[in-house]
Design a protein around this ligand. Structure first.
Ligand SMILES: [Ca+2]
Ligand SMILES: [Ca+2]
Ligand SMILES: [Ca+2]
Length: 1014
């Protein structure tokens, strides 16, 4: 932060002359032969100019948008994608945890799939003939132009008289977490008549009943679909309910025992593959948990050699001679992979899977409609992962079903409801569907139907075709909502709503406000900003992670995160160390993670340890980061309540790290587990800078709490640590690790150049804590990270040094975790050294902006943008270990750095020092209770600042801005709505600090204008 520059220069005992000497020497440094990353990145002036051009909204057409999967559900409400062609995909809203993999699994080119049938189409009525054209890739020319949070897809075709624009989004209103966490997606579909004649047109919308989507093969239940008409609205309401028990035959014939697997082999059943062996199992197999529930001494159990092997076991053909087939089933729950199937003419007509439980339970198929047919039973194991096996026993043909205990339907994770609502007038669906004919005629539009869950049915709504004059536009509003409350920790949304219908009513009743505020944010962030549009796209795209499986908001009010979708639990302190977006946009969520996890469930009162996954384990970086996050959460609060409540535990958290330091010299020397999933074994500035920044944050918080003694102690350790770090860890160009490789040969970086070596300094800038190392060392170390670790093409380096996991490919730019430019490459060095992580790239880029390396910072972001070009990789899904990796939330740190944003909510302080185009700058900002647009203009003798509040409120007591070199203010005036406020100001090293005589509160629509004149 700029205000400390004077101070830092004063303590910069490595004075300028040393820096220059070092710099000159650096030009002559002989790099290690294998270090093939070019020092000169060969970025041309026109490349750089292009990166800084304001530019237009990004648009990708047709195949170029193939990988797009833009999250369009609410925060922590599941994961629903808007695909590049405007269709919906992924549909992970049913509480099933799916790990999305890493490396080759998730850094690959693919179009997200769509397991649920849904969509929209344009209905056109001409000469009494009604036709429909679906809004998908077959429409004609399809363009994706979504910018999170608002998806936007445009459709046009030479052979169709209507042009369509579709917006799809879930309400997203910074600082209003609840209205941004709705299990809902809104659609605005605008039709425009591009022909020269009047046309009658409307919209057709359809949605499959997917309630119990995963459980369906294992339960006996009904799906119910109702079409509900209301004033000016219509809704498809999908639910599921218990099926009445199937009735036994009135005069039951004797039961036929079809297979009991009691023999020495499978008899006339045919086994293929390795999973079944040549005979039934006698119970549990080697290293399997106990297996129970089977009859007699034998059963089918495919855990033969573990979950790995595959195979099938097929019965001889038989005649279905009873109304039911009863059997016992246990094992894995994967459809089509760990299952028993009934085959007729080699087609699967019934199927069942286990419930990830070794115990066999009774189950039945109702086959009365198939009586007399010839069939076969096939048991399938084509799964290898966890629960990749199936257990079967006692297959019988009977005239009565045996009791099937599938678990209470109402408790199943995928039990709940789904709604597709049309908010634009009444619907005349059946007539329209029948008139369209074909597939449309098959759609369900009846008022109330039930059908077995084993069947799939799609229901539709069609708006009444309206007359559109040439050039006329008409917008239709739809809402898709869902409600699946049976999640282990519960969903916050279920505290507020009892069904998808309730959600739909709320969303449509409040449509104007919810959509209006969302659009206002989009307008403020994207449209009104002077920052390059592509850069805004990039930096905001990661915020979409909030609306994915990575994030959960529990019934208790606690915000919780994986590292990436489905993997590595516990809002891991060291991964979330990089994340800034949530704290700045929805501070209440981060505060809940601090209070309910770090200083709650994961806190150890006796020692001050913060278990890094809310457990008993210590991560050195995560422990220090917790103190920094606590300070940030305090800064983003409206008052000091958070700090007061948590101070004793924040202090203990820092004291735990001071204890690791051991002798109060400001260096942590012991074993330091960290985000590279290994331990650093000696002083280093990765953990060390976080420690020093935490001490500075501790000092500030202690002062605010009146704990002067602790503040002094923090200061003392901090000053010692900064000094010793330079003495012991500065190699002339960057900071290294002091480690004895003879003692600790593995996972160290020693003389390497670690990209994250100034992590804590970056944090210090974010929080206004100033320099923790001398400014010259900081700047030069960052230059070295750029010179040695950023490659315009990662190919050559990765050809020599293969990464453990690939998150960038040949031809793509990227910043390596660590390199050894001047010393032998450590093959056993720090883990993940040859990988490229977007979280680190943003962390470094954000810090570079604060240090004036704006071009380098933007080039790094441009590298991410190039890798996540939607022709190759989903631009909304920056991957690491899991999709939508939380570390990528670091992008917001770049954004705040570009504005030179500083904020202290409880003190009512806000400040800006734009790093690009300070003569004409405008960008969105958030504060504790409100957000808006900040702009700055420099002209002649005047610098003018405008803070326009657009949402909430903003309480102000002081302000800070940066003026040009040699700018001596002679007058500072403040006005709001023509009313001026009295103030004092000081100038210190280009920084004008203004304090108001009386506190000021801005309300929406109000603008504070600060005029600084020399
Ligand atoms: Ca048996
Ligand atoms: Ca298997
Ligand atoms: Ca020490």
């Amino acid at each position: 932060m700029r205000k400390y520059r004077t101070f830092v220069i004063a303590v910069a005992y490595l004075a300028c002359c040393v820096f220059i000497t070092v710099h000159t020497w650096a030009e002559k440094i002989k790099l290690r032969a294998g270090h093939v990353i070019p020092v000169d990145k060969k970025l041309s002036r026109s490349d750089i100019k292009g990166m800084f051009r304001r530019g237009e909204r990004l648009v990708w057409a047709d195949q170029d948008a193939n990988t797009v999967g833009m999250p369009v559900g609410g925060i922590a409400a599941g994961q629903l994608y808007l695909r590049g062609d405007g269709t919906l995909g992924l549909w992970q809203i049913f509480n099933k945890n799916i790990f999305s993999g890493y490396g080759a699994t998730n850094y690959r080119t693919y179009k997200p799939d769509s397991p649920v049938d849904s969509g929209f189409g344009v209905v056109v009525k001409q000469d009494d003939k009604i036709t429909v054209r679906k809004l998908d890739h077959n429409f004609g020319k399809v363009e994706f132009a979504g910018e999170y949070p608002i998806g936007l897809v445009r459709y046009a075709a030479g052979d169709f008289p209507i042009k369509v624009e579709m917006e799809a989004f879930s309400p997203f209103i910074p600082l209003n977490a609840k209205d941004s966490a709705l299990p809902a997606t809104l659609f605005h579909i605008t039709l425009e008549n591009t022909s020269s004649q009047s046309i009658q047109a409307g919209v057709l919308a359809w949605l499959e009943n997917a309630v119990c989507i995963d459980s369906a093969p294992s339960i006996h239940a009904l799906r119910r679909t109702r079409i509900v008409g209301e004033k000016g609205r219509a809704m498809i309401v999908h639910t599921a309910e218990k099926a009445p028990p199937p009735t036994a035959a009135e005069q039951p014939r004797p039961t036929i025992a079809f297979a009991d697997f009691e023999g020495p082999d499978y008899g006339d059943w045919k086994a293929a593959g390795e999973a079944f062996g040549n005979k039934p199992a006698g119970g549990a197999l080697t290293s399997q948990n106990p297996v129970s529930g089977f009859l007699g001494k034998g059963l089918v159990n495919t855990f033969l050699g573990g979950d790995g092997p595959h195979g099938t076991l097929t019965s001889p053909p038989f005649e279905i001679s009873r109304k039911f087939i009863n059997f016992l089933i246990g094992g894995g729950s994967q459809q089509r992979q760990t299952c028993i199937n009934l085959l007729i003419d080699a087609k699967v007509v019934r199927t069942a899977v286990g419930k990830d439980n070794e115990k066999l339970e009774s189950y039945f198929w109702d086959v009365s409609e198939l009586e007399g047919k010839s069939a076969q039973i096939q048991i399938v194991d084509s799964a290898s992962g966890g629960w990749g096996h199936i257990n079967i026993d006692q297959i019988e043909l009977a005239d009565a079903p045996q009791q099937a205990p599938p678990g209470e339907l109402e408790d199943l994770p995928d039990y709940g409801s789904m709604v597709l609502a049309c908010g634009s007038g009444p619907c005349q669906t059946r007539t329209v569907l029948d008139s369209i004919g074909g597939w449309a005629a098959q759609l369900n539009a009846e008022n109330d139907v039930t059908f077995p869950v084993s069947k799939s049915k799609t229901a539709a709504l069609a708006t009444q075709p309206l007359n559109l004059a040439p050039g006329q536009k008409q917008t239709y509003t739809f809402a898709l909502t869902w409600h699946f409350p049976n999640f282990k920790q519960g969903h916050e949304y279920a505290n507020r709503f009892n069904s998808a219908s309730e959600v739909a009513h709320y969303v449509l009743d409040n449509h104007e406000r919810l959509a209006g505020d969302t659009k206002k944010w989009h307008q403020t962030f994207y449209e009104d900003s002077t920052l390059p549009r592509w850069l805004l796209f990039r930096l905001h795209s990661t915020v979409a992670n909030l609306a994915t499986g990575t994030c959960q908001w529990w019934k208790s009010g606690r915000f919780w995160g994986w590292e990436g979708v489905g993997c590595c639990e516990g809002t891991c302190t060291h991964v979330w160390n990089y994340a800034h977006a949530v704290a700045r946009l929805f501070p209440e969520l981060e505060r809940s993670a601090r209070e309910m996890q770090d200083f709650g469930e994961g806190f150890h009162e006796d020692t001050g340890l913060v278990g890094f996954r809310s457990d008993n384990n210590y991560a050195a970086d995560g422990q220090c980061g917790t103190v920094l996050k606590a300070y940030r959460e305090h800064l983003m609060s409206a008052d000091s309540g958070f700090l007061k409540r948590n101070w004793p535990r924040i202090k203990k958290t820092l004291e735990f790290s001071i204890k690791q330091d051991g002798n109060d010299d400001g260096l942590i020397e012991n074993s330091q587990h960290n985000t590279f999933d290994i331990n650093f074994e000696g002083p280093n500035t990765f953990v060390g800078s976080l420690y020093l920044a935490a001490l500075r944050a501790g000092e500030e918080m202690a002062k605010e709490m009146g704990d002067d003694e602790f503040a002094k102690r923090c200061r003392k350790i901090f000053e010692s640590g900064g000094k010793l770090s330079v003495e012991r860890l500065w190699d002339g160009e960057y900071f290294i690790e002091a480690v004895d490789l003879a003692k600790h040969p593995k996972f160290q970086y020693e003389k390497g150049c670690l990209s994250d070596q100034l992590f804590g300094q970056g944090w210090a800038e974010q929080l206004g804590l100033g320099y923790i190392y001398p400014v010259e060392n900081v700047k030069q170390a960052l230059q070295s990270v750029w010179r040695y670790n950023w490659a315009p093409d990662i190919g050559p380096y990765n050809a020599d040094y293969k990464p453990e996991r690939w998150f960038a490919r040949e031809g793509e730019p990227g910043l390596f975790t660590c390199t050894w430019p001047k010393s032998p490459y450590l093959a056993d060095g720090v883990r993940y050294k040859d990988e490229v992580w977007t979280g680190i790239e943003y962390q470094v880029a954000g810090h570079m902006v604060w240090e004036g390396m704006v071009e380098e910072a933007v080039a790094i972001c441009d590298g991410v943008q190039k890798r996540y070009d939607p022709a190759k990789h989903n631009p909304f899904n920056e991957v690491e270990c899991g999709d939508h990796y939380a570390r990528a939330f670091a992008s917001w740190g770049v954004y705040t750095a570009l504005a030179g944003y500083e904020y202290h909510g409880p003190k009512g302080h806000i400040g800006f020092a734009p790093a690009v185009t300070p003569e004409d700058f405008r960008a969105a900002f958030t504060a504790a209770e409100g957000w808006g647009a900040f702009s700055q203009k420099r002209k002649g003798k005047t610098q003018q600042e405008m803070i326009e509040l657009r949402w909430g409120r903003l309480a102000l007591k002081s302000l800070a801005f940066e003026v040009p070199e040699n700018f001596q203010p002679a007058q500072v005036t403040l006005t709001t709505a023509g009313k001026s406020s009295e103030c004092d100001y000081t100038l210190k090293d280009r920084r004008v600090e203004i304090s108001l005589k009386d506190a000021l509160v801005l309300t929406p629509g109000q603008m504070l204008v600060v005029t600084i004149q020399r």
